[in-house]
Design a binder for this molecule. Structure first.
Ligand code: FES
Length: 291
């Protein structure tokens, strides 16, 4: 249907709002052969769903659901994306409307922009941040040297915030508050921007995590094969709860979505190692491997 009707139109439709509902409506209408004008007030489509981590009730990754639709909208020959655009007037009657829109400037050439971010490096306008004095940051000398070393490793790199956070997380097992403040100060990035990244990606933690991460697959196949009981047994053995970390910081237990070994269900992962067809009686032995 999509290929048949891409580029061929009969009638035009204006969709207001580029959230998931507007995106899906635009795709459906475009595939039915309508010319669609998708008007979105903000600079990008995606709406709230693009800011979510998981979706209810399936706990699916929100971006995994919406990303293909974003790309589909951007590429569909029958869809004209009008972002940064406001609907200011509408007149006419059912079947024959005329609308007036106001498009705000983007200050970049949208035809040429590839989203590489290189312009950020050369932008003369720096972000206003509230400077944190070094004395206000409670870091030991060793921590100061460690974090400074991480920053030095990425000194000449564009978009260094993400790799710096990854290295900090790898080193400490989480993102300590004072280190985040130091990184914010050194990279001149707002703390709130760092926390919005740290809380969006599952790979970051703001709390200390165990040295070994146990991921119990709760995907459909594992679930019907008893993953819930495995989770319960692991938590009992370690005296913690799903999402928790043992007091000795040895293990963190997390529920995971399908880890890609459904034929081995129920499956768990400890760090990077997969254990398949796990039985309740196997748990103690697996945990002992990580004493
Ligand atoms: S559902 Fe568990 S590995 Fe796929």
């Amino acid at each position: 249907m999509a290929e048949e009707n891409a580029g061929r139109t009969s009638g035009a439709v204006l969709v207001v709002g580029g959230g998931i509902a507007g995106i899906q409506s635009s795709l459906d209408l475009a595939e039915s052969g309508f010319k669609v004008y998708l008007v979105e007030d903000s600079p990008a489509i995606g709406g709230t769903m693009a800011q979510l981590d998981k979706t209810f009730p399936t706990n699916d990754c929100a971006m995994c659901v919406i990303s293909p639709k974003l790309v589909g909208c951007g590429r569909h020959l029958n869809i004209d994306l009008m972002t940064n655009t406001e609907l200011v007037g509408i007149k006419g009657e059912a079947g024959n409307f005329t609308v007036t829109v106001k498009k705000r400037p983007r200050f970049v050439d949208a035809e040429k922009c590839t989203g590489c971010g290189a312009c950020v490096q050369h932008c003369p306008v720096t972000k206003v941040i509230y400077p944190i004095e070094l004395e206000e940051i409670e870091l030991s000398r060793a921590d100061l040297e460690t974090v400074q070393g991480i920053l030095d490793n990425h000194r000449d790199r564009a978009g260094k915030l993400m790799p710096v956070l990854q290295d900090v997380d790898r080193h400490y097992g989480y993102l300590p508050r004072e280190v985040v403040r130091f990184v914010s100060r050194e990279l001149k990035v707002r703390i709130s921007d760092i926390y919005s990244i740290a809380t969006f990606y599952n790979s970051f933690s703001l709390e200390p995590r165990g040295r070994h991460k146990i991921s119990v697959c709760m995907g459909t196949t594992c679930y019907v094969k008893g993953a819930e009981k495995l989770m319960q047994r692991i938590c009992e053995e370690l005296e913690t709860e799903p999402g928790g970390t043992t007091e000795d910081l040895r293990f963190t237990v997390e529920a995971a979505r399908c880890i890609g070994c459904c034929s081995l269900a129920p499956a768990i992962m400890v760090n990077d190692r997969v254990y398949g067809r796990v039985k309740l009686n196997d748990i103690a032995g697996i945990l002992e491997d990580y004493e």
